[in-house]
Structure formats: structure tokens, C-alpha cells
Design a protein around this ligand. Structure first.
Ligand code: UTP
Length: 232
């Protein structure tokens, strides 16, 4: 199938802020297997810890929110470069920085196409959703650092992970998310709007378990699925 995979930047760094080389290799190996099995993939990589560090330093130094966003955008692209290095020849060699180029790269065929951030005022989840819309993806996968969407803050007692959720419910649950640079959480409003208008089947799952990616592609029940009244 034709899929977009968003890899949360938080998955690629350890507590001390060091790059998780093992994790990047695991993802590269899984992606290689998926391509071998005939899947076509666009991968969007998030900003993770370095984005947070640079954004908070820049904010403290007086940078505007848009300037902070730009830092996040560029750091997410750097993270995509790391995955590009791990994928070697299988990756389209340039991190896509505009959507025209995404279409060109996809039309060349056979390569895994990588993106980081794109424009201020959103998160890389919006980049992933827009990419899925543009390439008419069958599905959008979001590998993150929680098991899925919870009915309330997962740290609250009694919070329950949901197997599926509709867009209205998702919007309500995530309504208290931040909208400043570096403070987006699971899905930002731009991403939700795109997934909703094009009814993009979307699965949010825990990317800390390397086996989950293969499970998601095998259509096994995993994480939380965003359902639409009439799926594509
Ligand atoms: P993300 O918040 O998307 O990174 O991008 P992430 O790694 O997926 O998030 P975590 O760490 O796993 O939770 C980092 C920051 O870059 C800016 C935003 O400020 C965002 O918070 N950004 C990213 C943009 O402004 N536009 C984009 O298109 C992408």
C-alpha cells in the first residue's frame, strides 16, 4: 500500500538528548522490509528533544513564535537526514522542503521520500497529514511515544486508551493542547482538519516498540484508529 509514516522525534533521542542510533537502525530496517514487501512510503520525522531545547533557548532570547517554529522545522529536517543516512540508497537523497517536490519525488518511484517540518504554526503531524492527502495515501501511521489516544490525560487515574475515535472526539480530547512552538502534542488542529476533510484512515501507535510498525502494516489491531463516518 501507499502510506505515510510519521515518526515522533521523541522516539529518536534518549533522556540525555543523545541520538538513538539503535532506534534509527531499527526503523531503517523495518522500512526496508516494508519496501521489499511492495509498500510505497513517505516518512515524516519530528523534531524531538533538540527542537525543544533550541526553541526554549530562542524563546528566552526573545525570538518570535514563528522564529521558534522555524528552528523546529529545521531540526525536524535534520532528524530526517539521520534516517536518510540510515536508509542509504533506498531514500530519495534530499529532504523534501516543498510539496511540489514531494510529488516529483513520488513520481520517480521506488524511493522512500523523507520530510521534516514545512511551515510555521503547525507540527510535523500536519506535514504528515498534508503529505497523505497529496499522494492519496491509503493510510497515515503515527508512531509516537504513547500507546494511542486516551479518553483524558493519560497521567490521570482511570484514563483509558481508546481503540478507535472519531474526529470530533479527538478534537475535544486534544483541545487543551498547546499551540506555541514546540508545544504541540499528539495531533495539531491543522493535522486534524486535513485528516477530517479527506477522511484519511489514521492509526496512532506506540513507536517505542519496534515490532509495532510491522503490526500496523499487517492491519493488526494496535494503538488508536481515527475513524470517519465513511472511510476512503
Ligand atoms: P514536532 O512537534 O512536530 O516534533 O516539531 P515531534 O518530534 O513530532 O514532537 P515530539 O517531540 O515527538 O512530541 C517540532 C516543532 O517544530 C515546529 C513546531 O514548533 C513544532 O512544535 N514545526 C514543525 C512547525 O512550525 N511547522 C512544521 O511544519 C513542523
Amino acid at each position: 500500500m501507499r502510506a505515510v509514516l510519521k515518526i515522533g522525534g521523541s522516539l529518536l533521542y534518549n533522556e540525555d538528548g543523545q541520538v538513538r542510533i539503535d532506534r534509527l537502525r531499527e526503523y531503517a530496517d523495518s522500512i526496508k522490509s516494508l519496501v521489499k514487501a511492495g509498500h510505497s512510503l513517505v516518512v515524516v520525522v519530528g523534531g524531538g528533544k533538540p527542537a525543544r531545547i533550541f526553541i526554549s533557548a530562542a524563546r528566552e532570547l526573545g525570538a518570535s513564535e514563528a522564529q521558534c517554529d522555524w528552528l523546529g522545522i529545521k531540526l525536524a529536517r535534520n532528524n530526517a537526514e539521520l534516517l536518510c543516512a540510515a536508509l542509504g540508497d533506498l531514500a530519495y537523497p534530499k529532504i523534501i522542503d516543498d510539496f511540489d517536490e514531494l510529488e516529483v519525488a513520488m513520481n520517480l518511484g521506488g524511493k522512500v521520500v523523507l520530510l521534516g517540518g514545512m511551515i510555521p504554526g503547525q507540527s510535523t503531524n500536519a506535514v504528515a497529514a498534508a503529505s497523505a492527502e497529496l499522494i492519496d495515501a491509503d493510510i497515515l501511521f503515527n508512531a509516537t511515544n504513547v500507546d494511542g489516544v486516551y479518553d483524558r490525560n493519560p497521567e490521570e487515574k482511570g484514563a483509558k486508551k481508546l481503540d478507535s475515535i472519531d474526529v470530533a472526539q479527538l478534537r475535544t480530547i486534544l483541545s487543551s493542547e498547546g499551540t506555541r512552538a514546540g508545544e504541540y502534542n499528539l495531533f495539531d488542529p491543522v493535522a486534524i482538519g486535513i485528516v477530517e476533510r479527506s477522511k484519511i484512515p489514521t492509526v496512532i501507535f506506540n513507536g517505542n516498540n519496534p515490532q509495532n510498525l510491522a503490526k500496523a502494516f499487517n492491519n493488526e489491531k494496535i494503538g488508536t484508529t481515527i475513524v470517519h463516518t465513511t472511510n476512503k
